[in-house]
Ligand binder design. Structure first.
Ligand SMILES: [Zn+2]
Length: 120
């Protein structure tokens, strides 16, 4: 039924693999389902992630709290609701990305650097 894929937004983002500037796109898969794609020309990474108000897979704790609430089904035109949802999804993706970096930094911090920091 929702087989039509429509690119709703394109832009530039960081490659999740090599952190180079890469192309991203949000592809609409259905009324409340988007696919976030990153295509990196540097390393050839093709990152894909489905974004939608569905239960996160078991074990993925981080996505649950940053996922934006689904817009209220008010008397707002569908186009505007979709746009608001896409904006929220984009914000969530960015938040996830920042969180990923913070998490990675925190993890890096916990890795002992025996040569440098034991003296202080
Ligand atoms: Zn890359």
């Amino acid at each position: 039924m929702y087989s039509m894929e429509l690119v709703v937004e394109r832009g530039q983002a960081r490659c999740p693999r090599c952190v180079a500037v890469a192309d991203y796109a949000f592809v609409e898969l259905g009324p409340e389902l988007l696919r976030y794609e990153v295509s990196c020309h540097g390393c050839g990474e093709r990152y894909r992630e489905k974004l939608g108000p569905v239960a996160p897979p078991v074990g993925v704790v981080a996505t649950a709290e940053v996922w934006p609430p689904v817009p209220a089904p008010a008397a707002v035109p569908v186009g505007e609701r979709l746009q608001a949802w896409a904006d929220a999804a984009r914000g969530a993706a960015i938040a996830l990305w920042h969180r990923g970096n913070t998490w990675a930094a925190a993890l890096l911090d916990r890795i002992p650097r025996d040569a440098e920091s034991k003296a202080g």
